[in-house]
Ligand binder design. Structure first.
Ligand SMILES: [Zn+2]
Length: 193
């Protein structure tokens, strides 16, 4: 697909609706470079003209989002969001299930979900959080492909919060954990924007 096409549907009916700095991490911090936001006139999806490449396994990203890369900073920033997420998913959905959170950060949602679930699995590229995930009884992996080696066909519920908008190919990313005939679980995704 070329730069002049919608990255979702391929339409050439696209317009630049914004050019300037973008929020980077927490509110108040912005990218040094200017970026374009493109809108597709055909399917109405909006996307960046040029993807912003971020290393989600490094401490720098956590500093941008949470102010520091510590587990305490993560929890201070994100613990309060978890009750709302549970209301989206529903506690009944999690009861006695194997639950996987893709992009779980320091595991705040899994900490809440584990009271209902049979097993909790966290996928998180920032390896500095893994010891804290394991301390709280979750199985920690850096990548979906790593977790699949142990859990293929055994996961009942996959959740993925505020992640899909960060990946270059959302359709490809989603396809990795959509239910299949082999693994007919349920999927919860809620992009931020
Ligand atoms: Zn489109």
């Amino acid at each position: 697909m070329s730069d002049g096409e919608c990255r979702l549907c391929g339409s050439t009916e696209i317009d630049t609706i914004y050019r300037g700095h973008l929020r980077e991490g927490r509110a108040g911090s912005a990218t040094k470079e200017q970026h374009s936001v493109i809108r597709c006139g055909q399917c109405a999806v909006r996307f960046l003209g040029r993807p912003v490449r971020t290393d989600y396994s490094g401490v720098e990203y956590r500093v941008l989002v949470d102010g520091a890369a510590s587990i305490d900073s993560f929890r201070e920033t994100h613990d309060w969001e978890q009750a709302t997420k549970l209301s989206w998913v529903g506690s009944r959905t999690l009861r006695d299930q194997v639950v996987c959170d893709v992009g779980c950060g320091g595991g705040a949602f899994l900490d809440l979900a584990s009271g209902f679930s049979k097993e909790t699995i966290g996928i998180e590229p920032m390896a500095g959080y893994h010891p804290f995930l394991e301390q709280n009884g979750h199985r920690a992996y850096s990548l979906c492909s790593d977790a699949l080696q142990d859990w293929r066909g055994m996961v009942d519920v996959v959740v993925c919060f505020s992640v899909i908008e960060h990946v270059e190919d959302p359709a490809e990313c989603s396809s990795r954990f959509l239910p299949t005939e082999e693994s007919p679980g349920r999927t919860g995704r809620r992009p931020r924007a």
